[in-house]
Structure formats: C-alpha cells, structure tokens
Design a protein around this ligand. Sequence first.
Ligand code: IPT
Length: 972
Amino acid sequence: MTDPLVALRTWEAPEVTSWGRLPMNAVDRRSGAHSLDGDWRFRLLSAPDTPVGGPWSTASVPGAWTMQDTDDLPRYLNVRMPYTEFPPLSPADNPTGVYEREIDVPAEWAGRRVVLQVGAAESVLLVHVDGHPVGISKDSHLAAEFDLSGSVRPGGRSVVRLTVVKWSDASHIEDQDHWWHAGITRSVLLYSTDPLRLADVSVRAARDGELRVDCQVRDSGGALPAGWYVSGDLDGLPLAQDAAFDLANAEEERVSAFLGEARLRARVPEVRPWTAETPELYGLTVRLHRADGTVADTSRHRVGFRDVRIVGRDLLVNGERIFIRGVNRHDFHPLTGRTVSYDDMRADLVLLKRFGFNAIRTAHYPNDPTLYDLADELGFYVVDEADIESHDHAHEIADDPRYLNAFVDRVSRMVLRDKNHPSVIVWSLGNESDYGANHDAAAGWVRRHDPTRPLQYEGAAKLGWADPEVASDIACPMYAPLEDCVAHALSGRQTKPLIQCEYSHAMGNSNGTLADHWAAIEATPGLQGGFIWEFWDHGILQRVNDGRPVGRGGAGLYDNAVAAPGHRWAYGGDFGEKDHDGAFVADGVVFPDRTPKPVMYEHRELSAPVRLQGVRPDGVTVSNHQHFRGLEWLTAEWELSLAHGGTLIAPAELPDLRPGGTAVLPLPFALPRDGGEAWLTLRVTTAEDLPWAPRGTPVCAPQVRLRAAAPAEDAVGAGRVEIDADGLLVHPLLTSAPVLSLWRAPTDNDELGGTALRWRAWGLDALMRSLVSVRQEGDGVSVLAEYAGTTGVVRHRQVFTPVEGGLRIDEQAELPTEFDDVARVGSVFETVAGLDRMEWFGQGPWESYPDRSAGAPVGHHGARVDELFTPYLRPQESGGRHGVRRFTLSAPDSTGLAIALDEPRQVCVTRYRAEDLTAVTHHDELVPRAGCVVHLDAAHRGLGTASCGPDTLPSYLVAPGVHRWSWTLRVL
Ligand code: IPT
C-alpha cells in the first residue's frame, strides 16, 4: 500500500506545516523521560519516494548525517539556494534519511499517555510507528511531539521510523547563511503523562515581585474530570488561586470543559530582580491535582523577575536604558555540524561572559532549548529569532498565501516554547525575508499572545527606522554606517530604540572601528548597541587526504585554533561543492575550536565595567559603567609601565560605586624622574568564583597615560654603513635588507570590499625597485630608489647614519596621488634564523591594528615569534602590533636585534611574507620561514568590516603624499 505521507508529497506543500503534531508548550518534560539517543538503523535514499530497501547502516542520533559516514556531504551557500527549483518545489535528487529503532514501552505506563519528542529534524520529519503513519512536522529548529498512546502497547515493543527529507518547501524558508546539513540534530525522547495533564504553563514575573502563572489543563478523554485543581510554590512560598479563575465558583460549568484554565499568583516580598548583570532566579513548581488531592502532573520552571519596556526611543530593562553588547550565535560545532551538547553551549556562553558580551541574537532560528536555560542562569539578554529566512526568494514568499501558515506557525511555536525565559527580552520574526503580509500575520499573533515583550524584524524596520506602521518596535538595521546611526539619533525623528541586529562582520582579520562604534553608542542617546556578526568561524574539521568531515571522533585533533597535521578547517568549496560562498562562513569572533580571536580582547575592554576617566592632580577618576550593580564582585591591582623602567605593581582598592558613579582614587605611585613614557593600568579581575569565571579571571584593564615620551637623541656612533651595489643595506643579522612595502596580504575585508582589486591593479603586490642614487651624506649614506607599480612610481629615500651601538635609518616615501588608499607605507626586511622571541614596549600582548587597538594596553610584552601570527582560516595579513615603540628579536642566548622607532608604529613580525600568505587558501598549507619577516609601518590601513558592511573610517586610511619614519637598528 502506498504510504499516504509519501503519496501526498507533503515536502512540496507549504500549507502543510504539520499533521498529528501536538501543540507547542513550555511544560518541562525532561525529568523521567527515556532518551532515544544513540545509534539508529539508517538508510539514505536518493529521494523520499524511493522504495526503502537495501542493507541498513547506522547513524547516531542526534547528529546530521552530512557529518557522518554518508556520501551526502555538508555544503555551504549563503543567499543562493543550492538548487534552481522555485518554491515550493524540491530537486528530484533529494537525500532522504530513514531512521529506525525499536522502543520498549514500560508496562508501568499502562493507562498513561505516551509521547514521542523529536528535538529537531532537518527539514521535514515523517513519523511512523509499526508501519502506520503518525505525523509530520516542519521547522528544522523546533521540537515536534506526537501522541503515540494509540499506536504503542505498554509492556510491548514497537518500531519507530523517522523519515527525514532534506529538501522541501521548508528549505526555501530556511535559507540561512550557514552550512546545509540534514538529519536529526537534537535529542529524541519518549515520555509519559497522566491522561489528566498540564498542557501549558505561562509565567509572568515583573520586577516589583508580582508573579502570575497561567496553567492550561487537558485530559485525554476530552472532557475534564470534576474537581481538579492546580497548586504551586516559588521556593517554598505558596502561590494563591486567582479569584477570577476561582475553581470553586466555576466548578459547575467547568466540569465538562474541554480546556481547563487556572491562574496562580504571588507577590514576592523584597524580590531580587533578574538582569543580565544579576541573573537572580527563583524555582517555581506547578502541580496539577486530581479531585482527591493526588498529583497528576508537575512542571518545574526557573523564574526571573524583570520588565522590558520601550519608553520613548529607549529600550528599558527594569527601568534602565541598557546597552546591548551582543553577538549573533548559531548552533554550531566543528565535529557535529549543528548538534551542540550542554557542555558546548555552556562553554560558548561562559566565553562570551568573560569577554564582556551581555546579549545573544539566536541567528537565525530558535536555538537549542538548553541555551535559554543557560542564558537565564548566566545572564544574557536574548533576541529570540524565528526560523524564517527565505533569502533567495524573499520577495515572492513574503506575500505568498501558501506560506502564511508556515510563518505564523514558526513564530508562534517559538513564542510558546520560550515565553517563560527571563533572558528572552525581544522576539524576532526571522531574517532576510523581505517584508510582507505573512510577517504582519505572525506579528499580530505575537502581539496578542505576549504583550510583555517588544518585537523586531530587520526586513520591516529597514522600510523606515521610525515608521510606526511596520512590524518592528526596534530600529534594528544590519551593517548600517555609524554616521547614519548617529545622524538618526540626532535627527529629532527617532521614535524607536536603535540596536543593530548585525554589525562589525568578524570575517578573518576584521572588526575595525569597533571602538568608534562604542564611543558613539555610549555618547549618543538613542543608540543602544548591537549584535556582532557572529560568534563562530564555522570551519568543519576535515581530513585533508579524503576530504571527509572528521565527525565526533575528532576531539583531540585541534588545539589553540589550529587543526592537527593532515587536517584543516573546511569552508565553502572544500567538500567538492561547485557553487559555494567560500570562507564567508568563517566570520566569527572565535575560531572553530572556540579559541578567541584578537577582537575578543578588544571587545572585553570596550565593555569594561570599570573605567578610568582621566588623570587629575589629586588622582585618577574611576567610574562604574554597569547598569545594575556595584563593583563588589571585582578586585583590582595597579600597574605602572615605564618605557625605561619596567613594570611596578601596587594593590588597588576599588571604591564602593553605584552604577554610573565616579570616585577619585589617589595615584598609587610616585613617578620616577627618569622612566620616560609612563602608563597606569588598573588590572581588574573577578573577586570570587562566579558561575562563569573562577576568581582572578581578567575582566578589563583600563589605562591612562601619566607621562608622554620625551624626544630621544641618538649619540653619534663610530660604525660604518655597508651598502651593496643595489643600494641595499648589508647587515650580519639580516638576510633581506629593508625595502619599501605598500602591500599586505589582503584581508577578507580587503578582498570582498574591493580594495585589494585596486591594489593589484596598481601593481602594489609586485613593485619594481630601481636604484636611482647612492650618496655619502655627512656620516651616513643616502640611497634613493624608485618603486614602480603599473600606474604610478613611488620615490623612496633611506638615509643610514651610524649611531652609538648601531644605525639610524631615516626613511621617506612619496606616494603619487593615484595611490590614494594603500595597505601600508613602511619598511620590510628579514632576519637570520634563530631569533625566536620578540619583546616589545607598546600595545599588546594580542594582535592589534590602527582601528582595532583599544583592547591592547601599552606595556612591556613578550612572545615567541611563532605565537605572534593569528591563524585565520584563509591566510591573510595577520600578527600586527599597534603602537610599538621599540622591540628586540632574540635567540635563546640573548643575541639578536634591538629596534627603536621614532614614534609608536604598527609592527608585524611573523614567519611569512605577504606573498606566502596570498599563495595558499588554508592555514595548513603555510610553510613557516626560518627567519623573521619584519614590517615597520609609518602608516597602516585600518581593517574595517567591508567583507559585509562599512569599510574603515576615513581617518584610518593611508593618504598619498610624503610619509617619513625613522628607526634605529642595534645588535644585542
Ligand atoms: C547577513 C545575514 O543576515 C547573515 O546571516 C550573514 O549572511 C551576514 O549577513 C554576513 O555574514 S545578510 C547580508 C547579505 C547583508
């Protein structure tokens, strides 16, 4: 007999969002459930209507089959669909996974209701039990539940078959920017309930301690039995029945009611409100009783008391205008694709807390349910986003009535699932799906069902940031230029909070101008922050020899951002896809193994809860930049860095400051007369063990300059300058003499923003040097050379003068007007092998660039040269240090080079030439050179975020005209 679920081709029917699926609810069923996770029998068919035959293999659940041992591999495309069929159609070649296993239904479940929960299946789930159709579900990122009571026998054994169709009408609205996978990606459970049960529990808990709990009750028989009632307590405090729902009065009518409703209330005295800074949770237990008082059902919830409101153009949490220091987060893992364990999710959030993030947008679908528990517990504001992105066919679908039900279904089921989480402060209708009637229908449902939270949708907001008609309470643009945001806030026309749903695209070496954004946000009423795109670099751990994903067994095969030999982080195109969007999938603030990229340190400093406001004669002004708490959870220590005197440490006493408060602390050190440039840093760490950080975890290190550098005079030296026939410096420790460099290995921003194209057109990557003259000048030698590109010529003069202990090199480069935006102007040279350590006085210790340097304090820093390079997935300019005053490169026996710069400069020391980096596509292909490749830059272009969004600001561009720099070179 033909299977009706197959015969109806439900995977090409957007009107069918489910069949036989139970309504979504927020009742907690985890305790007492039987896990069906593990190995299932598995067959991969080429299409859903292919007869199921052939031998079984096994697949692990939860898990995408694209990350297991099948020929259907992960595939990365951003906007474009991976096939040409128009919605709602699917390609004929449509991988379909058939999962099967036996379930034993306990005999004790006799008389109870038996429910199957499938955590997530991508993209259509068809359920059969013992060959009979039970149900259908769509939405790859929400659970589906089915009542199996009529299909299974307590004490008996049944066969459950879950058929998962990869491509469907639903794929057209799940066209998000990440890998395409398929399979059962979240856990599968079997549980039982009493026929009389809690159908849903809705909690409202306000910051004044007012608690309201609405319970829905159902019975399998349809009519409810007489006399049932609900009770509850909050950490032992009993809840009262609401009079309006007084069962005693209503009992007669309700005896045969189909849906029971009960409302419980409490007023919690001296409530401790929930905020992301103070994630105070209370334990709520709700019990459903039979008429004789015995308990038929129980549900446990954690409750946070808080309010979210928009007043004027401000988003307020508990009455305070908060800042959203957010990140976009996908459910991602380099070994499993989409399946994330509790430990993985916790590790994600712990890391975000440690780096100053306080908000998450669940891009672009409801994340794993556990994430919200962790966000409640650790303290994050969540923008919860529905699983709707129709990017490639956005315009057609937004108003297509066939998809109307799917839009409302996806948004409403998310709200029904997540409504009780205090962390969720805003609902989002989805991403990149144009704007149409289907959105308004979904928005209407949310506004009616949950008037306690604002709603946002970028696709609506972009029609007018202040437009009251569109379905968005928040102006939530993506990648809006900073000046447009500031102009809007200052225009007098702003009516809604401005919080960018995506900004500062973290692809490769990126996130330039983050500090400029935050300076503007903190200074401009109306701006409240945004969500960086994004948390992860979605590199999949791949074996290089056979090109297969490593899968779950790969835990030991990466470390400190780098994949083990023979492995790499795969991005688009690495699994043989013809059409793909390359490394655009690797655009996170952490590497695929969760190692923080340098931008994380920048972010940590920009979100510092404690700031130094400046130096006064009587001390340093310290301020509390939090919204809700004092500084008692922090401890600190002063550090004084002297350019010529090392580092001094002194204990610091943090003042008792309310949010927004300031105090003047006396200067902890008397400045020594001869220490030169001096910087005072407040090193702030956690004072006690916190759920997300052990005591002593760094929180921020605000810094002020106490004294500027005095101009240095180099004593005349007696040495000789040796110049070869090409006018190049000859030096025993240099294998390649200093020459002019205007080029960097293009970053992803340089490439995708189009700047690198101009550089190549100008020939900056292969300048032709020709010697013009060599002249004796006083004690020194002056060398003039020309560097010809394809369209312009740069004149470059170097004057080498002996100074005490070495040489001074004064350089000047004159850029023609056509070279109006180059990567750098500076010197590049290479050293002999063996100089493996760099010590410097300047900004550090992590990588920094002119427009991403706020998180790197000035001080004495040191590292192995190999550690200076940041292993971005696609090799590019990397490893720079901003504001370097002087440095040494030394061998273990302390011999080596000492370089001092005339001013703080951008310096980069790595094992790679720019052309080494451009010659390869993945980090594992790089072969380090034995010596050091050293760049000293008079000027270096900012990084910006032009791979998706604005380029750097004009002030970080390298202008044409004359550039001068000088430095000394000494042997240690
Ligand atoms: C925007 C998307 O919302 C996000 O999913 C991701 O693709 C990001 O950009 C870039 O990585 S859409 C983009 C076309 C503006």
